[in-house]
Design a protein around this ligand. Structure first.
Ligand SMILES: Nc1ncnc2c1ncn2[C@@H]1O[C@H](COP(=O)(O)OP(=O)(O)OP(=O)(O)O)[C@@H](O)[C@H]1O
Ligand SMILES: [Mg+2]
Length: 467
């Protein structure tokens, strides 16, 4: 899981907070329970000590020295109740010591005598050699000329067992609760963020060519649904502005075609019909060349804008791409011959595709035109068409200089011409490959350019084969 995602951060935050709360709560419960458990035992023991102190001060004790011991055993039964009772004189002589409890958790004789403490009640904790921990309440009792020390203790075993169980419950319960919270949080946030994923997928499919598409509309009235609506409105505005630009270019180039054709015709007529001064003839010829260049640019722009607006994708017929490539190559033979370039067509089996025939012819013309144009004299240009796994491939290779690595990613941009200095000597507007690219995309295909060693350029067009 991505640690930067909202998904992860939400779960981590809540799990962290919950862990701290549970740890704090557990520590608080543990210490409170231990404190009050000891407190209750201490108070009970102090109460007994007070009762034994009362026995010691009674008249019956004065008359009969065995009275106190008898009463302690009768009333408090230390053996059965796991209690420790010791009554001693100030000089340390023990007057009464309870017997070992039934569970043998401690031996009273082994417990060291208590030394500190003055008058009044106090308590201490002691660990028996058996490991049992006792909490002992003490009471000094002045009777006549003597001071007695009464000690009453109880084991802390029950408390310790309770605390141990609590600790175990917390230690085992904590991972379970955390697990449930993380799993629940994961499912809930995943469900809550699902629309965002849907929107992301939808947005990835919207490119300049698919601006008519919209993000999926989300049900509900939450922020994400509002975001989807706002984004869709933005895409609609982008779509409109893109369509306006494309329509403007289409209209402008369409309007320019007629006057340009007339200018070209008139210039041709002047050149053919009249006896002109050689200087003027050169000027008119140069004007005609520029007019032809303009016509080509305007035609290119018109083709591109029609492809942008989607108007050009109407005609879809089934035909053999291999045959089309071959006849087009034959028609362009003359162009190659002028530069003594060997134009090779590698024939293979027919490759049927379903497409706009005239646009595909334009693809072949533009690619061969480039190859012949940029390959030096006596070079070689080859054209091949083949099919592989439901895709038709058309490849044009030449023995020209190839394209620099820096220019490769920009070749399909409009008006882009690689290697300015060299390109300036060779006529062109930088629209040929953009048109090829647009036509390929409009047909659900692609085009790529790479260099071949030792020298040359290799263009591959891939189109879906007809079913
Ligand atoms: N076969 C090739 N060999 C070397 N460079 C090429 C080749 N094909 C294209 N290029 C480079 O890519 C650039 C863009 O090609 P593109 O066909 O788009 O424009 P152009 O040929 O310059 O002009 P247009 O095709 O509009 O007449 C060219 O200017 C050229 O630098
Ligand atoms: Mg070109």
């Amino acid at each position: 899981m991505n640690s930067q995602s909202i998904h992860f951060r939400l779960i981590a935050w809540y799990a962290g907070v919950l862990l701290l709360v549970l740890l704090g709560f557990g520590a608080f419960t543990y210490t409170t329970l231990r404190f009050f458990g000891n407190q209750v035992l201490r108070e009970a023991m102090a109460h007994r000590a007070q009762q034994i102190a009362d026995l010691l001060s009674s008249d019956a004790a004065a008359k009969d020295p065995a009275y106190v011991a008898r009463e302690i055993v009768k009333r408090y039964d230390p053996v059965t109740n796991d209690r420790f009772v010791r009554v001693s004189r100030a000089d340390g002589k023990v007057l009464f010591l309870s017997s070992a409890p039934i569970d043998r958790s401690f031996v009273p004789e082994e417990l060291p005598p208590w030394t500190s403490g003055r008058n009044g009640t106090a308590s201490y904790q002691v660990t028996a050699p058996e490991g049992t921990r006792l909490l002992v309440a003490t009471q000094r009792v002045p009777v006549r000329n003597e001071t007695f020390l009464v000690e009453v203790g109880g084991t802390l075993t029950a408390n310790a067992r309770l605390l141990h169980r609590l600790l175990m419950t917390l230690l085992l319960g904590l991972p379970v609760v955390l697990g449930v919270v993380i799993l629940g949080g994961y499912i809930l946030t995943k469900r809550a963020l699902q629309p965002v994923q849907t929107m992301m997928r939808g947005a990835q499919e919207i490119t300049l060519r698919h601006l008519s598409r919209r993000l999926p509309t989300l049900h509900g009235d939450d922020e994400i649904a509002h975001l989807a609506t706002v984004l869709n409105q933005m895409i609609a505005r982008l779509d409109e502005s893109f369509q306006n630009t494309a329509r403007f270019t289409a209209d402008a180039s369409h309007e320019l075609r007629t006057p340009l054709t007339i200018i070209r015709g008139e210039l041709e007529a002047i050149l053919l019909g009249q006896k002109l001064e050689p200087e003027l003839r050169d000027t008119v010829a140069s004007l005609l060349e520029e007019a032809e260049r303009l016509v080509r640019i305007v035609e290119g722009l018109f083709a591109l804008s029609r492809l942008d607006t989607g108007e050009a994708q109407t005609e879809r017929v089934r035909f053999d791409l291999a045959k089309l490539a071959e006849t087009t190559a034959e028609q362009m033979c003359l162009l190659a011959e002028v530069k003594q370039i060997e134009l090779v067509y590698e024939t293979a089996t027919p490759v049927e595709i379903e497409a706009d025939r005239s646009r595909l012819k334009q693809v072949v013309v533009n690619l061969l035109d480039n190859a012949i144009k940029y390959t030096p004299e006596k070079g070689r240009v080859s054209l091949a068409v083949r099919a592989q796994n439901g895709t038709a491939f058309m490849e044009v290779s030449d023995t020209g200089p190839g394209v620099s690595e820096a220019a490769l990613p920009h070749l399909f941009e409009r008006f882009y011409r690689a290697d300015e200095v060299r390109s300036r000597k060779i006529d062109g507007a930088g629209l040929g490959l953009s048109i090829v690219h647009s036509i390929c995309l409009a047909h659900g295909g692609s085009v790529s350019v790479d260099n071949i060693s030792p020298t040359g350029c290799h263009v591959t067009v891939a189109l879906p084969k007809a079913q």
